[in-house]
Design a protein around this ligand. Structure first.
Ligand code: BTN
Length: 257
């Protein structure tokens, strides 16, 4: 099932390409549980993911050959579990940079880690950490990015886009995008290793979707009008509602589009 949009040329390093797998996150998890030696940043990518997992227990659907579905391994041994939100930051920044390089629309990071062009989602990230003895033994960074889709089913087309839809003259391959993400992950992870926490958080907050704008959210089944102030070091979303600042965890608040 080799095709030119998938392969092409790249400076690929430590990338395992699978024709088909249930979930690249699960495949990587399996390699780790079998003690397969893997270098940091190794990526597993597949042309067809049959049981892709999304955030909050959802399913991630992709069109074979048109979507990037890949998982990267990180060994953030210096990072305490209290700081694990920084993994969300570095992976969001890596994907943001790649999307911004290949398109020209307004790109933002929707807390915690959706990549948006305008009001439409182009990519999502699922991070699965293994924590043992108060350390993060490994982090699996699973990335789904819509690349070559030219149309989406009508139920989602109002809220979903792809790199090709945003840039009809897109010239790349999925393998090359995986290599680019790998390079960016390394760049931002090195900042993390140098403990540049404040710079990383500030950069993430600069790119935050709907920051400083009044917007509608659902909280405990009710609609509230609030303004996003920032995301804190703890990874919580800080909003201002009726002149009061409130912090929310992911499970407690949803954006209304
Ligand atoms: C989201 O819900 O926005 C997160 C989607 C993450 C999907 C990717 S595709 C590659 C990796 N393998 C999975 O099973 N999920 C992630």
């Amino acid at each position: 099932m080799q095709n030119n949009t998938f392969f092409g040329h790249s400076n690929a390093q430590n990338i395992i390409v699978l024709a088909e797998t249930a979930s690249t996150n699960d495949y990587l998890k399996q390699l780790l549980s079998n003690f397969t030696p893997l270098e940091e940043y190794t990526a597993i990518m597949t042309m067809k993911q049959t049981a892709g997992k999304g955030q909050r227990g959802t399913t991630w659907l992709d069109q074979p050959g048109e979507s990037l579905t890949a998982s990267f391994i990180l060994f953030p041994q210096k990072l305490t579990p209290q700081k694990q939100f920084y993994l969300t930051i570095i992976s969001s920044l890596a994907v943001y940079d790649i999307v911004a390089t290949h398109t020209s629309g307004q790109t933002n990071i929707k807390w915690p880690n959706d990549i948006m062009i305008g009001n439409k989602k182009v990519g999502g990230i699922l991070i699965e950490n293994k924590i043992s003895h108060s350390r993060i033994k490994h982090a699996i960074i699973g990335i789904g990015l819509n690349v070559f889709q030219s149309q989406f089913p009508s139920e989602i087309s109002f809220k979903t886009t792809s790199l090709l839809k945003e840039n009809p003259s897109l010239q790349t391959t999925i393998l090359s995008l995986v290599t680019e993400i790998q390079t960016k992950l390394k760049y931002y992870n090195e900042m993390l290793l140098k403990e540049q926490y404040d710079e990383l958080l500030a950069h993430y907050n600069q790119l935050l979707f709907r920051r400083d704008l009044d917007a509608l959210f659902t909280v405990k089944g009710n609609t509230i009008k609030a303004r996003i102030v920032q995301v804190g070091k703890d990874g919580l979303l800080e909003v201002e509602c009726k002149q009061k600042k409130i912090k929310y965890d992911l499970k407690d608040i949803t954006y209304q589009l």
